[in-house]
Design a protein around this ligand. Structure first.
Ligand SMILES: Cc1cc2nc3c(=O)[nH]c(=O)nc-3n(C[C@H](O)[C@H](O)[C@H](O)COP(=O)(O)OP(=O)(O)OC[C@H]3O[C@@H](n4cnc5c(N)ncnc54)[C@H](O)[C@@H]3O)c2cc1C
Length: 376
């Protein structure tokens, strides 16, 4: 039986572990901290490929396919874990407050409509029929009824439970520090808890994935992009739908919170919330729903999105090495892309199939920066 070792217990590592275990493979996950404790629990949980991707192409196709997988994937996971993940596919509004924004949105709507996507163009009062709490300054909006959101923290808990039930070995507090190789084959990793061996090692370490590539002397850059984000109490603010504007987004969750996001700032691996960041988030969302200004503040936090130079994830084998692959670089959309990433990576690991991964293969970036290799 193929033995798989996944480095990183975020949404990507855990989704892949769950998928591989469902296919009968033996799986171990090594996580340096807490399960999902980094970007995956910081996220807003939106499932919004039409909002997120600004042009047709393989990334949008991947996002749409993942969104389609979500209901069945989440239902099976809920049944297996005995936990709700609060999946809501109840639509999303992308809103314009100015003529200039409306023009840009209209252009996006046009190609989305021509491509056959489920989107509607709304103006004036029709926008507030969808979301009555939206400001009357909104002059136009794209409404996409098939997008939505999930409670990513509950999803992570469900994945951990399901992985345990499937017999996945979950090692938390286990820091991976280097690779173990025989020639050009990776056969495992060095960790703070000793060596771990596997037929296939998969790097799913989010914003830290580029560092692991550096251990092999490879340059596959992954840039941490901080997202600062906040939540208020939803009591008295019965929002119906997710709202996106040019300066922020508002996500009403089913757990009594409204999640408000988010900055995109580069601060290395620092995860602090700054006053400037928090002020920017709050000032960015209040123009869209004025009622938010009286909402009780609950909390603010931050996470590191794993960004790549071309905005596309890194999925598939690491060139020059056998037994090693990457599942990372999901930037703003790792929660959305987790079911499809798990499926396509499992197809690769089980059957060696890379056709579907073609646009996302790590080989598009690889260059050898040093001969220095960190190995046991
Ligand atoms: C503010 C914010 C809002 C977001 N909103 C959304 C959204 O609405 N929708 C959406 O789809 N996406 C969203 N995202 C993006 C999403 O969170 C990420 O794309 C996704 O979480 C990436 O998952 P991951 O598993 O690759 O990374 P992570 O969750 O960061 O997991 C990587 C794990 O690897 C571990 N690790 C790293 N190095 C090592 C090592 N050496 N040894 C062992 N373990 C290691 C880390 O501790 C970490 O737990 C948002 C992100 C942020 C920050």
């Amino acid at each position: 039986m193929t033995n798989c070792l996944i480095v990183g217990g975020g949404i990507i590592g855990l989704s892949l572990a769950y998928e591989l275990s469902r296919r009968g493979l033996s799986v171990t996950v090594a996580e340096q901290g807490a399960w999902g404790g980094q970007a995956s629990s910081a996220a807003a949980g939106m499932l919004a490929p039409l909002k997120e991707f600004s042009q047709p192409g393989p990334l949008l196709d991947l996002g749409i396919e993942s969104l389609r997988l979500y209901p069945e994937w989440a239902a099976e996971l809920e049944a297996e874990a005995g936990r709700d993940v609060q999946l809501c596919i109840d639509g999303l509004l992308t809103v314009a407050l100015t003529e200039e924004e409306a023009e840009q949105l209209r252009a996006k709507f046009t190609w989305q409509r021509e491509s056959g996507y489920d989107v509607r163009w709304l103006t004036g009062a029709a926008i507030r029929d969808v979301e009555p709490l939206l400001t009357d300054r909104a002059i136009a909006a794209i409404h996409s009824p098939s997008e939505g959101h999930v409670n990513n923290r509950m999803l992570l808990q469900a994945l951990v439970t399901a992985c345990k039930r499937r017999g996945v070995t979950l090692l938390s507090g286990c820091v991976v520090t280097g690779f173990v190789a025989e020639g050009s084959r990776v056969v495992g990793v060095e960790t703070t808890a000793g060596s771990l061996f596997a037929d296939e090692t998969i790097i799913a370490s989010g914003a830290w994935a580029g560092i692991a590539m550096g251990w092999l002397g490879l340059s596959i850059p992954v840039l941490p992009v901080r997202g600062q984000i906040a939540a208020v109490d939803s009591a008295g603010i019965p929002l119906q739908t997710v709202i996106f504007g040019s300066t922020g987004y508002i996500t009403p969750k089913r757990d009594g919170k409204i999640v408000l996001g988010a900055t995109e700032d580069e601060a290395g691996f620092q995860r602090e919330v700054t006053l400037e960041g928090l002020t920017g988030v709050l000032n960015g969302v209040m123009p869209y729903v004025p009622a938010l200004s009286s909402a009780p503040f609950l909390e603010a936090w931050a996470g590191l999105r794993p960004a790549t130079a071309d905005g596309k994830p890194l999925l598939g084998p690491v060139p020059g090495w056998s037994g090693l692959s990457l599942a990372g670089g999901h930037f703003r959309n790792g929660i959305l892309l987790s079911p499809i990433t798990a499926k396509l990576m499992a197809d690769y690991l089980e059957q060696g199939r890379t056709e579907r991964l073609e646009p996302f293969l790590p080989e598009r970036f690889t260059s050898v920066v040093s001969q220095g290799r960190k190995m046991g």
